[in-house]
Design a binder for this molecule. Structure first.
Ligand code: ADP
Length: 542
């Protein structure tokens, strides 16, 4: 027999409705594509989202239609998140840094019915349009613009669409197992594949992330999501911020260090999120401007491994706590997040720092395990390394459209990452399985070699790759970017690994370059480096 409590579907629209009702006056600051700043609040976001939903109805956009977005982090994008999903459509965020071919593939694969885009992308959309057969409506995210209307036949304007909509539109109750969002993997290691979130998975992810030992996001925070809204839903924070009524600052297209410093200081940002490359740029900008980022208390770092040397740098110079998290598009994305336990309270800062370097523990709602190549579950002793598996309420089970089951026979998702887990459940990502170096049957973590190189004062950034080797099959080669004006030698850098790793893990060679190739989500493209340098240890042909 069922219990006697109300049953309501878990719907994404409930988040923005709550924010509007109980945090209506809390500001949402938005840097627009033209560089201007606009200020609205949660009541305004909700009203516009309702107008958008109603406008889409008037336009005849079908129930369940995918709404593609090519957009920066700005307030219209936030309204589409809620207005799309809240009215039974699916908000499909597209990464505009992909190649035109990849974007065309993704839009066609998703069969997007509407494509919303920021002015930045007008020329690109004009070029792609003939190849986008499923798209009935192209909508520029802004006020009417004659030049854009000329470039794209039949172009609609977001502000017309919303102004013509009803701000009192009533959010329908939607079956919680229906799709609310769609996001393609960034393709760092293969072809992009669609991951379709449900209303239920999104709400449970929001609740799982919004705990004090999770994001610890609050109505007293001012949140700056630097991670793009097209990168795994900005890690879920558009939803999380609405749920708690945090003040939000959306940074627009300019993610340069100086612009972020300006926003942090002028808007008194308390918390931010982004990939490590962003924080490297921010550190440089803080040093250059002399800003102390005084309002900032913490930053969530994920997407790729956090170089451990950044933790004391931010803590000691700026009082900013770096919280390391791990996740994937397929995991909504939060899989684990690093906070300490009660038993760690008496530790010294140095001891705590050792724990804080890893990727942390799963929040309620997800579970992790590691397995060997035969699928046998490995011990959680901090030593054993294996393929990382995850399962839970907000983890993929089937890729979009393909009917391709993404799970193991016993119902776990294989992440493609190689990891260890310690007795307290703390995760340490050793590598991606495609990147790890297999030297004579032993595994060497590229992440560990990179972290050591980056800790050298003369090195700004580094990537380690597996280079082919006649005797050992693969050996480590480190591609390093020196700090401008410095020229550390290869011998010096190799010697820097002494005592830090076992002799057989030392890099065979260091190659100095001016910059590393970076992909569409700010991650170093090691496949490109392997193509360029994978054979440097082999005898020259002929
Ligand atoms: P892509 O795999 O195309 O880069 P995602 O953005 O979904 O797309 O990236 C997920 C992957 O990013 C993870 O499987 C993992 O390899 C890597 N990753 C994410 N967070 C971390 C982290 N904190 N440390 C190390 N690797 C991470």
């Amino acid at each position: 027999m069922g219990g006697k409590m109300m049953h309501k579907q878990l719907n994404v629209s409930s988040l923005v409705a709550h924010a509007a009702r109980y945090h209506g006056a809390t500001e949402v600051v938005s840097v627009e594509t033209d560089g201007s700043t606009t200020r609205t609040n949660w009541a305004g976001i909700d009203a516009k989202a309702r107008q958008l939903a109603s406008g889409l109805d008037k336009l005849g956009v079908t129930d369940g239609a995918r709404l593609g977005t090519l957009a920066w982090n700005n307030r219209r994008h936030l309204e589409i998140y809620f207005g799309g999903a809240g009215s039974g459509r699916v908000t499909h965020t597209i990464n505009p840094r992909l190649t035109p071919e990849q974007m065309t593939y993704i839009i066609n694969d998703a069969a997007d019915e509407v494509l919303f885009f920021d002015a930045t992308f007008t020329p690109m959309v004009a070029k792609l349009k003939p190849h986008l057969g499923s798209v009935h409506h192209f909508v520029l995210m802004g006020p009417p613009d004659a030049a854009a209307a000329e470039a794209i036949e039949g172009l609609l304007f977001y502000d017309d669409l919303t102004d013509g909509g009803d701000p009192d539109y009533v959010w329908p109750e939607i079956d919680e197992t229906r799709a609310s969002g769609l996001c393609y993997t960034s393709g760092t290691t293969g072809n992009p594949k669609g991951v379709e979130y449900t209303h239920r998975s999104t709400i449970l992810h929001t609740l799982g992330a919004n705990t004090v030992d999770g994001l610890a996001l609050s109505a007293t925070d001012t949140l700056l999501p630097v991670v793009p809204m097209f990168h795994a839903n900005a890690w879920g924070v558009p939803y999380a911020a609405a749920a708690v009524g945090a003040r939000v600052v959306l940074p627009g297209p300019d993610l340069s260090g100086p612009h972020l410093v300006k926003l942090i200081d002028e808007e008194r940002v308390t918390m931010s999120l982004g990939v490590p490359t962003i924080w490297m740029m921010l550190l440089d900008a803080l040093k250059e401007t002399g800003s102390k980022a005084a309002s900032m208390t913490r930053t969530l770092v994920g997407g790729s491994a956090l170089p451990p040397s950044m933790i004391p740098e931010f803590r000691d110079n700026f009082g900013v706590d770096l919280v390391h998290a791990w996740g994937m598009t397929e995991t909504s994305p939060l899989g684990s997040l690093n906070q300490l336990l009660q038993k760690h309270s008496d530790m010294t800062e140095a001891e705590k720092e050792v724990i804080r370097r890893g990727q942390g523990r799963p929040p309620w709602g997800v579970e992790l395990r590691i397995v060997d190549e035969n699928g046998e579950v490995l011990p959680e002793d901090g030593e054993a390394q294996g393929e990382l598996h995850i399962r839970g309420h907000w983890i993929i089970d089937t890729y979009y459209g393909k009917g391709e089951d993404a799970l193991t026979d016993d119902g776990w998702f294989d992440t493609g990452d190689v990891a260890s887990i310690d007795a307290d459940g703390y995760l340490i990502i050793r590598d991606r399985s495609k990147d790890i170096i297999k030297s004579g049957g032993e595994w060497i973590s590229t992440v560990e070699l990179e972290n050591i190189a980056i800790a050298h004062p003369g090195i700004a950034n580094a990537a380690a790759i597996a280079a082919m080797h006649e005797k050992w099959a693969e050996r480590p080669v480190v591609i390093a970017v020196p700090v401008p004006g410095q020229a550390p030698s290869e011998e010096e850098l190799i010697a820097f690994y002494n005592e830090k790793v076992a002799g057989w893990q030392m890099p065979d060679k260091i190659i100095f370059v001016d910059e590393l190739p970076v992909g569409a989500t700010g991650k170093v493209q090691k496949n490109k480096l392997r193509e360029a340098y994978g054979d440097v240890l082999m005898a020259p042909a002929g």
